[in-house]
Design a protein around this ligand. Structure first.
Ligand code: UDP
Length: 241
């Protein structure tokens, strides 16, 4: 499968059309942005890690029965995916307090929740991706009530799958963001990516941050942290063939 015209260029990825109208090629870049594009930089090798990690995790998610957009890894940075219409909601699942949750509610980071939480942001750069509830999302016709129910069910199931994988790697899955899409036949599938750009991952023992917060908060060692979680995942996969 070959890349045809560039369909879309985002902050961390380029998306190309292919000869198959039902499939697209995603190309991962090393560019990183934070705070709605205010902070810009590059993380060397990030595109390769995010591509490979996202693909391996999506394969495991598929195996657990949740459909995804993943089709085939084409190269270090490129993946063939199903063409979907993205539901303009960012779905955030949290197991432990951090980031905007801690800020909004004035609580420290690291509080373990008895049950995971879910929230939605409206994907809209001009508005700065505001928090939105499901009633408002339905009123704005961003998704139907049934689609929201499916998205919630899939998201909590994905959390269980990912939490268990990362636990085996000695990593705590603090929180993460998902995006879903609708295929041409109207099915909801997991889309976008799952990577240290979109998850908070802490070392189980030291609680060291092994994710994009190193870039966001200028903690240094971002490249090494991404490489560290990828190598732990690779080891997990080879041990569990
Ligand atoms: N997240 C993301 N993209 C966004 C916003 C958040 O991938 O545009 C991820 C983020 O990496 C974290 C989780 O979603 O794993 C929760 O992020 P939070 O709401 O705490 O926002 P932040 O503190 O990152 O602004």
């Amino acid at each position: 499968m070959e890349k045809k015209s560039l369909l879309y260029e985002g902050k961390a990825k380029k998306v190309y059309q292919t000869e198959n109208p039902e499939q697209l090629i995603v190309q991962y870049k090393d560019d990183a942005t934070a705070f709605n594009g205010l902070k810009k930089g590059t993380v060397a090798g990030k595109g390769i890690i995010n591509n490979q990690m996202s693909n391996r995790l999506m394969r495991l998610i598929e195996k657990s029965g949740v459909p995804t957009h993943y089709v085939e890894e084409l190269s270090e940075r490129e993946t063939l995916v199903k063409r979907v219409t993205i539901v303009p909601l960012e779905v955030i699942i949290r197991n432990i307090s951090a980031g905007s949750f801690s800020k909004r509610y004035g609580v420290e980071e690291g509080i373990e929740f008895e049950n995971p939480t879910i929230e939605f942001s409206y994907k809209n750069d001009e508005l700065g991706d505001p928090l939105i509830n499901s009633y408002h999302a339905i009123a704005l016709k961003l998704a139907t009530e049934e689609e929201i129910a499916t998205i919630k069910d899939y998201s909590f199931r994905i959390n269980e799958v990912l939490k268990n994988i990362w636990k085996e790697c000695g990593v705590i899955l603090v929180d993460f963001k998902l995006e879903f899409g609708k295929t041409s036949d109207g099915r909801i599938v997991l889309a976008d990516e799952i990577s240290p750009d979109t998850c908070r991952l802490w070392d189980e023992k030291t609680k060291k941050k092994l994710d994009k917060d190193r870039f966001r908060r200028d903690l240094g060692g971002t490249e090494d942290a991404y490489a560290e979680v990828m190598s732990r995942l690779t080891k997990y996969l080879s041990d569990n063939k």
